[in-house]
Design a protein around this ligand. Sequence first.
Ligand code: FAD
Ligand code: SF4
Ligand code: SF4
Length: 406
Amino acid sequence: MIEPLFTPAFRPAEPRGLCTDCGVSRMADAKACGRACQFIQPDYPRFEAALHGRTRDDQKADETHFGVFRRMVRARLAPARDGAQWTGIATTLGEKLLAAGLVEAVLTVAPDPEDRWKPKPVIVTRAQDMAGCRGMRMGYSPLIALMEEVAARGLKRIALIGIPCQVYALRALEAEFGLEKLYVIGTPCSDNTTTENFHDFLKLLDPEPDTISYLEFRADFRVELRFDDGRQRLIPFLSLPISKLPRDFFPLTCRTCVDYTNALSDLTVGYMGGEGEQWLIVRNERGEALLELLGDALVTSEPGSKGKRAPHVAAFIKNVELAAGGLPLRSMPDWVRPLVSFLQPRIGPKGLEFARTRLEMKAAETVIHLRREEPAKLKNMVPTHVWKLLAAYGIMPAPGEQKDPG
Ligand SMILES: Cc1cc2nc3c(=O)[nH]c(=O)nc-3n(C[C@H](O)[C@H](O)[C@H](O)COP(=O)(O)OP(=O)(O)OC[C@H]3O[C@@H](n4cnc5c(N)ncnc54)[C@H](O)[C@@H]3O)c2cc1C
Ligand code: SF4
Ligand code: SF4
């Protein structure tokens, strides 16, 4: 009998330079990394055109930032699902797809039985088992290697819930897998790190790190912690012990990754533009069909947008540059932190403007860190839209840093 949350044995990962072990290097054709990797020579316009019918329209508000979309929605599931990271939209979509027989399997991650923060890739074939995949894990998992098991079992209709570096690899190889139907539910992703590093972070946050059951960076500039005994703690971003983290806490992959909003998903399920609710980016017809599955349980409204991002982004860029390879925010004296922490949720950008702020910050980090640590990678790795987001801050491609200007 096949266990409900099935994980096959994987081959060892093949060492690579910039790599988040998405699973491709563990497949029989490990060389596929060359055409599948977000960190080697990604071609977002090509896959956007194939999937969404067109590339980003710079004249359409927000597409340069968030990728091709039909509409964006502020949303929540009512009632919220227990154990979900937000309200459980991502895993409930998997549940509905399986229950309706639209897919034979959902590929996603579940908590590793030995360590609840470690993501373990799983093939889910029963709707009721999606509940066991709720919540955010920190770390990398070879999700795409599950495609070999999909082929071995002769599965043709599947869904995948994944982060952008996994989804890019899946899209790049999709045509080779011979599927009849593929639904891709993507989440945004930023500032991921190894599960081991994440445990060190939890130790700095609380005297009882092993009892922390939930962590989220909220849109009101605070980190929310939940504990096994039901307690909750909110820590303002600027009071986080960032300066105590080692220099390499965030691997270069996650400091330089170019696709925060999962542009090649059918539907992106995040929170950044949701002002305390979830934020959905419906990218194509398949994404619309996914949303319909949720019916009346999905409560929606128009996303809001308030504030001005430019001064915040400019200050951030200065910090990243000054920190010369360390983490930003280090330069703020301790006595200023409580005051800034108090003010930030009141004066900071909100809703879509908050999401734009984060996208521009991330774009700046990509260029600044690559220039410092892997300058030869800029030309092939950084897509045009990332440069466009930075033009307003005077960060332009130097000669040789851009493959396809315009
Ligand atoms: C490392 C990381 C950073 C993120 N950063 C942001 C951000 O900056 N802004 C934003 O809007 N959203 C971010 N997200 C997404 C966000 O945390 C929620 O997953 C998303 O809003 C969906 O919430 P939900 O309640 O619908 O998900 P749930 O129904 O609880 O399902 C969560 C899904 O995410 C999958 N998942 C969890 N951890 C991982 C992982 N490490 N690798 C691959 N898949 C995983 C689970 O398997 C599950 O399918 C991040 C996610 C991760 C994993
Ligand atoms: S992230 Fe994936 S595609 Fe890229 S090198 Fe690593 S295993 Fe290969
Ligand atoms: S931040 Fe980017 S590279 Fe790192 S895990 Fe997330 S999607 Fe992958």
